[in-house]
Design a protein around this ligand. Sequence first.
Ligand SMILES: [Zn+2]
Length: 176
Amino acid sequence: MPHTLITINGHLEDLHRSSQRVADPTAPAVRALVDDMIAVMRAERGIGLAAPQVNVHQRIVVFDIGPDGRTARTPLVCINPVITTASRALVMTEEGCLSIPGEFVPVVRSERVSVRYYDTQGQRHTIAADDLLAVAFQHEIDHLDGILMTDRYAQQSSLRAQFHEVDDTATTHRIG
Ligand SMILES: [Zn+2]
């Protein structure tokens, strides 16, 4: 299967742009992009990837992580994902990002989220995610809104301090 030469694009001005909704999730071009994104995500050993990371400003994210937090055999493909509910319970993770190589920063996020999205057949789904998948959803959907983990980190100093009062543990994950 031929793959186009899409690669991780690390230019901050591109990463800070918002992405557009996908008009037709069933379009063959979407399927081709998704296949390329999965290949890049696996080559880079990320557990997720958002289209703007390969400089395509469309609301598409892919994951290689199952609900149990382990690597999935079948990648999860989410088009036009929207977080519909987010828990007040928070979790702090040392996040890594394929667009910011070598950097890890602690980011506080909701422990659980519900996400509505479309698949490449145009079917609508709602998924309840917790733990690492919930964090990955928030990290990748942030990419669609032009927000990086380093932007979250910069906004969260008081939130981090509150978080440290109740829980000073943080796991480290290279997310995507
Ligand atoms: Zn990222």
